[in-house]
Design a protein around this ligand. Structure first.
Ligand code: COA
Length: 583
C-alpha cells in the first residue's frame, strides 16, 4: 500500500505559506512585559544533555493506507494541493512575461524574487513567505501576491521580516489588500521583535481605489505611523530603495531608521516629474527631482548610495549585521517522525472532519512521533500535551471532536501550563459539530458555553507565542478558544481542505434562505458560502498567513519556532520611547 502513497506523492513542496492586517498598533512598552522573552525555549538538545533517555512516549500512528476512505481522502487532498501549487506558480511569476521583460530589459531592474535572492542568506530554502495568496481573485481583479512579496527570512543568520514591492504588477502600486499585507507584516515585526526590511519599487497608491487606501485609520498612513512606533519600541527598520517611492510611499524610506538607495534606479519624491510640469511648467528628470545623489548628498533622506542593485543589497546585509542581534541557533539531534508526512493527505476527510484521527496526525508532525499527553482520560475530544518539533519544545492542543465542556476546561488548564512554563503553544484546529445540541441537553450547552469562554479568556491573555493551523473546520464560536485569527496567534495557517466561516455553509444557506423568506435562494447561498469558506478565498482576503500543504506543516512550524526563538534568545531591546529621528 505504501506504493499507492509513493506514486501519488510526487507532490511539489509548497514551501510558501501566506494572511490579515495590523489592526491596532499596541501601546509602547516601557519594559518588556512578555516573560518568555527573557529565556530561551527548551530544545531537545538541551534536554538530551541532562539525560540520554528519549523523552515522551511514541504515539500509535499506523494506518491502513489501502482503506477506501484513506484513498479517497488522499486523492481529494492531493488534487487540492496540486491546485494550490498551480496558483502559487502564477503568483510567483508576478505581473507576467511582458511586464517582466519591460522591468528587466527597459527599466534595467532586477525582479523582486531575484532581489530577495541577493538580500537573504537562502531565499530558496529558508524564506517563510507569508500571504502569497493575498489579492488572488479580488472584487477589483487578480493582484498576484498583492503586488508585495512578504515574509520572514534570514540575513547573516538573523530572522528579519521583508516586504518587497513587485513593480511588474501595475508599477508595484498599493491596492487595499497590499496595505493590509504591509500592516500585517508590521504586526508580525512588533509581536516577534523582528527587524524589518522594506524593499521599495512602487508607484504609490493604486489611484482608482484611493478611497479604500488612503483616508481610514488602518489605511496607508498607518504604515508610516507604525514605522515610528516600531522604531520607538526598538525594532530596527531598513529601507532599500530600488525604484519609485512616490507621494505617500516617499515616507517609507524617510521614516525608516536607515535607508539605502540605488543610483539611477531609486527615486523618492512627493510628486513625480509630470506633476511638477503640470504645476510649474518646468521639465525635470526623476533623477534630478529625487534620485540617489540628491538624497544622499543634500536632503539626507537616505544614508547609503549604491552604484548598483547588487551593491545595494550587499549594503543591506551589512546594515543588518550592525543591529547587535544574536541569531538563534537551531536545535540539533532531533528525530524525524516515525510515519510519513505524505500520509497526512489521507487522514482528513473531504468534509474537513478529523475526528478520531488527530493522534495519527500528531504522530506525523512531532519528533520521533513522541508525545507527553496531558489529561488523556478527561475531555477526550481535545488532545493536549507536549512534544518537540525539530528540537523545539512545544505544547499542542488539537481538536479530536467537538469542543465539549470538559475539553474546553482541559484546554484552558493546559494553556495555563504552557504560559507558566514559558512554552509556545500550537493549536491544531478542526472543530466538529456540537453533539450536545443534537441531544437537546440544554444545561450542558449552557455549561459548555461557560467553559469555552474560560478557555477563550485564557488563550486571549497568553503572552507565550501561539501558532494556529486550521486543519479541518473552523466554524463558529468554538474556534475562538482554539485561537482563530482574532485571538492573535503569532502565525496562522490553513490546510487546503480546511474551511472557515460562521457556520458550516450548508446549514448556513438553509438558515439564511428561511430567514429571508426566500427558500429558492438556498442553492445560490450555499454556493456563495461554500466559496467564501475555502482556504484560498480566506487567504486571498488575508484571514490567515497562508495555505500550507499538510505534508509541509512540520517544516513550516519549525521555521516559525526558529523565528520565535530569536526573540527568546535576545535580551529585550532597550526601549527609547521615541523613533529614531532623521535629523
Ligand atoms: N495608480 C494606478 N495605476 C498606476 C499607477 C498608479 N499610481 N502607477 C502606475 N500605474 C499603472 C500604469 O497605468 C500601467 O498600467 P498598464 O500596464 O495597464 O498600462 C502600469 O501601472 C505600469 O506603469 P508604467 O508607467 O507603464 O510602468 P513604468 O515601469 O514605466 O513606471 C511608475 C512605473 C510607478 C514609475 C510610473 O507608472 C509612475 O510614476 N506612476 C505614477 C506614480 C504616481 O504619481 N503615484 C501617485 C500615487 S499617490
Amino acid at each position: 500500500m505504501t506504493t499507492f502513497v509513493q506514486i501519488l506523492c510526487k507532490i511539489r513542496s509548497p514551501r510558501l505559506p501566506f494572511p490579515s492586517s495590523l489592526s491596532e498598533t499596541k501601546k509602547l512598552r516601557k519594559t518588556p512585559s512578555v516573560p518568555w522573552q527573557c529565556a530561551q525555549f527548551r530544545t531537545c538538545s538541551g534536554a538530551a544533555s541532562k539525560s540520554s533517555e528519549t523523552p515522551f512516549v511514541p504515539l500509535e500512528g499506523e494506518i491502513d493506507t489501502g482503506h477506501v476512505d484513506f484513498q479517497a481522502n488522499f486523492v481529494h487532498n492531493y488534487q487540492l494541493n496540486d491546485q494550490l501549487q498551480e496558483i502559487l506558480g502564477i503568483v510567483q511569476a508576478g505581473g507576467g512575461e511582458r511586464s517582466l521583460k519591460k522591468h528587466t530589459e527597459v527599466n534595467k531592474k532586477i525582479f523582486v524574487r531575484d532581489r530577495l535572492r541577493l538580500l537573504l542568506d537562502d531565499y530558496d530554502n529558508e524564506f517563510l513567505e507569508l500571504s502569497s495568496l493575498a489579492g488572488w481573485d479580488m472584487e477589483y481583479g487578480r493582484i498576484p501576491a498583492a503586488s508585495n512579496v512578504c515574509g520572514v527570512g534570514k540575513v547573516r543568520g538573523t530572522w528579519c521580516t521583508v516586504s518587497a514591492s513587485d513593480a511588474t504588477i501595475k508599477g508595484g502600486t498599493s491596492y487595499p489588500i497590499t496595505v493590509n499585507k504591509q500592516l500585517r507584516m508590521q504586526e508580525i515585526c512588533q509581536q516577534n521583535s523582528l527587524p524589518a526590511i522594506y524593499i521599495i519599487d512602487s508607484g504609490g497608491a493604486f489611484l482608482p481605489l484611493q478611497s479604500e487606501i488612503f483616508p481610514d485609520k488602518n489605511h496607508g498612513g498607518r504604515v508610516f505611523y507604525n514605522e515610528a512606533v516600531l522604531s520607538a519600541q526598538g525594532i530596527s527598520q531598513l529601507a532599500i530603495v530600488c525604484g519609485s517611492c512616490t507621494a505617500g510611499g516617499a515616507y517609507v524610506p524617510t521614516m525608516a531608521d536607515e535607508a539605502i538607495i540605488m543610483h539611477k534606479i531609486g527615486t523618492i519624491f512627493l510628486g513625480g516629474p509630470p506633476l511638477v510640469q503640470a504645476a510649474t511648467g518646468e521639465r525635470v528628470t526623476s533623477e534630478d527631482l529625487g534620485g540617489a545623489t540628491l538624497h544622499c548628498r543634500v536632503s539626507g533622506c537616505t544614508d547609503h548610495f549604491a552604484a548598483t542593485e547588487e551593491e545595494g543589497f550587499a549594503m543591506g546585509r551589512d546594515s543588518i549585521s550592525t543591529l547587535n542581534i544574536t541569531p538563534p541557533s537551531d536545535p540539533v539531534g532531533w528525530k524525524e517522525p516515525l510515519y510519513s508526512q505524505d500520509e497526512l493527505l489521507g487522514l482528513v476527510s473531504q468534509s474537513g472532519e478529523v475526528k478520531g484521527q488527530m493522534r495519527k496526525i500528531l504522530a506525523r508532525l512531532v519528533d520521533g512521533s513522541r508525545f507527553h499527553e496531558f489529561k488523556k482520560l478527561y475531555g477526550t475530544t481535545l488532545i493536549s500535551g507536549f512534544a518537540f518539533v525539530k528540537g523545539h519544545l512545544v505544547g499542542i492542543v488539537a481538536n479530536d471532536g467537538e469542543l465539549s465542556h470538559d475539553a474546553a476546561i482541559k484546554g484552558a488548564h493546559f494553556a495555563e501550563l504552557c504560559q507558566h512554563r514559558n512554552i509556545p503553544l500550537i493549536f491544531l484546529q478542526s472543530v466538529s459539530e456540537d453533539e450536545s445540541w443534537a441531544e437537546g441537553n440544554y444545561e450542558l450547552i449552557a455549561e459548555t458555553l461557560k467553559a469555552r469562554a474560560k478557555m477563550a479568556a485564557v488563550v486571549a491573555c497568553m503572552t507565550v507565542p501561539k501558532i494556529t493551523v486550521i486543519v479541518g473546520k473552523s466554524y463558529g464560536s468554538s474556534s475562538f478558544a482554539m485561537c482563530s485569527n482574532s485571538f492573535d496567534p503569532r502565525f496562522v495557517f490553513m490546510w487546503p481542505n480546511a474551511r472557515v466561516g460562521l457556520h458550516n455553509p450548508e446549514e448556513m444557506a438553509t438558515l439564511a434562505a428561511q430567514e429571508s423568506g426566500k427558500p429558492e435562494m438556498e442553492e445560490k447561498l450555499r454556493e456563495k458560502f461554500q466559496k467564501q469558506s475555502t482556504a484560498v478565498f480566506a487567504s486571498s482576503r488575508m484571514w490567515n498567513d497562508g495555505v500550507i500543504a499538510p505534508q509541509d506543516t512540520r517544516n513550516v512550524l519549525s521555521q516559525c519556532l526558529s523565528i520565535l526563538s530569536q526573540q527568546a534568545c535576545n535580551e529585550p531591546y532597550t526601549y527609547q520611547d521615541r523613533a529614531v529621528l532623521r535629523m
